[in-house]
Design a binder for this molecule. Structure first.
Ligand code: CO
Length: 456
């Protein structure tokens, strides 16, 4: 049959369309459905559990394992909210597991939507991280059943690998430059620069013996330990950019994270002041509570802005993306409920010319990093990927943990995420024997000279 005949036969069949759209009750799958599943039998979730582990090189890490009635078919997902890890374990083991057992793991979208409303009250890091563990494990299962890596299920590669950025830091301009050059020698083309200054606990500048950037000097006020004042910090940033541009040239991409610690007027000043150094992005110039300022920043300068790692809900990104008020979305994928909502945000971003910069800190598990990479290579809206490297202890527990090559992350080519977790080893590195407390209380400890807490 040629195309014209095919068209005529379709038109002739149009009279039967009413019957086609009439509601039907089906006891058995249609031949088309059977074909779509390639003859695979019905599959059910038989077990859902959280695995809590902390091998050297990872903090308190939560992974979800979903098992099915098909021999050898199970999946892994990242549910790591390291600060409150055991709360996520409870949400997975005591709430989501009984809700999910018996369900069809193929129905990822429906399971996400039902989990979302299953406790009536929605959002929040505990529930979303638990949901992410389930969601990512279901994508892993679907990939294994289809014998395809997850990026292939998401539409296939639009790029071969994800360009990454690494974290350079130092307690002087010289030591910061040395740190950046170390990454550049490894082939890295994008470097985040963070510098400690004496007496001020600047964010992200981890220097030997100083604790998160604090180089211990008397503050002259009631608060001395981990003291941070925004003004010395803000004044130091343009000087840091000037020095790094002068020494590294124009082609290296420089990034910086303000971490929301400054006032809104200082944020406006800093964004304008950094324009001449062309940062690849300036992250979190204002806090999640002050996103109204992005419109003002946009109207004042062309500095590229990244935002969003602390957002609790994917919906918090919609206005900033659709009004083109930011350049990069910093989504912590497990924090918004997994790959299912993240791929929708990637699609939304593509329509508005906003790019992705999925959050990839040390407290995202290797499974979570593989989810980032699958989205990186399959989405045209990709911008940059924050990367980590792990010691061999982590590779022993997480077999298939990504490794950097010349400043690129490549996806695994094995089905699903292509990662296998050694549960016996994971259990050996248990959280309770490594830490005094199952929770991480390191945030909420940095104060201004007068003793008031800073965010975050
Ligand atoms: Co950040």
């Amino acid at each position: 049959m040629n195309r014209r005949d095919a068209f005529l036969s379709m038109t002739a069949g149009a009279a039967g369309l009413g019957a086609l759209f009439a509601p039907q009750l089906r006891a058995a799958p249609t031949p088309q459905e059977t074909q779509a599943r390639r003859g695979m039998p019905a599959i059910r979730i038989t077990n859902v559990k959280a695995v809590l582990t902390a091998p050297p090189g990872l903090p308190r890490t939560v992974i979800v394992k979903i098992e099915t009635n098909e021999a050898g078919v199970y999946g892994w997902g990242c549910a790591t909210f390291t600060q409150r890890a055991k709360a996520v374990v409870t949400a997975v083991d005591e709430f989501l597991a009984p809700f999910l057992i018996g369900k069809d793991p193929d129905q990822i979208e429906d399971i996400w939507q039902t989990m979302y409303v299953s406790s009536y009250w929605r959002n929040g890091p505990v529930l979303y991280n638990a949901m992410s563990g389930v969601d990512q494990a279901l994508w892993d299962i679907k990939g294994k059943r289809a014998n395809m890596p997850v990026y292939a299920l998401l539409g296939g590669k639009v790029r071969q690998a994800a360009d990454v950025y690494r974290h350079a830091s130092g307690d002087s301009l010289e030591s910061l430059l040395e740190s950046a050059q170390g990454y550049i020698e490894q082939g890295v083309r994008h470097v985040r620069i963070q510098m400690a200054i004496a007496g001020n606990a600047n964010y992200g500048a981890r220097t030997e013996g100083s604790g998160n950037g604090f180089l211990g000097a008397p503050s002259g006020g009631p608060h001395n330990e981990r003291m941070y004042e925004p003004t010395p910090y803000v004044l130091s940033v343009p000087k840091m950019f000037e020095y790094m541009r002068k020494n590294l040239g124009d082609e290296i991409e420089l990034l910086h994270d303000t971490h929301e610690r400054i006032s809104n007027d200082q944020a406006m000043w800093l964004c304008k002041r950094l324009e001449e150094y062309r940062p690849f992005f300036l992250e979190d110039p204002v806090s999640p509570e002050q996103i109204g300022y992005f419109r003002h920043i946009r109207s004042q300068c062309t500095t590229s802005i990244a935002m969003g790692e602390l957002f609790n809900s994917p919906h918090e990104f919609v206005g900033l993306i659709s009004e083109r008020l930011i350049d990069f979305i910093r989504v912590h994928i497990s924090q918004i409920g997994g790959v299912t909502p993240a791929r929708k945000l990637a699609a939304l971003s593509e329509f508005f010319g906003v790019r992705t910069a999925w959050h990839g800190p040390g407290d995202t598990s290797p499974v979570g990093h593989l989810a980032n990479i699958a989205l990186d290579v399959s989405s045209y809206a990709f911008g940059i990927q924050e990367a980590q490297q792990w010691p061999e202890t982590v590779h022993e527990v997480f077999k298939g943990c990504p490794r950097l090559e010349n400043g690129f992350f490549y996806p695994n080519e094995a089905p699903g995420w292509g990662i296998e977790i050694d549960e016996t080893l994971a259990a050996k590195y248990d959280v309770d024997s490594r830490y005094d407390t199952p929770f991480d209380y390191s945030w909420g400890t940095t104060r201004r000279r007068d003793g008031s807490i800073i965010r975050p």
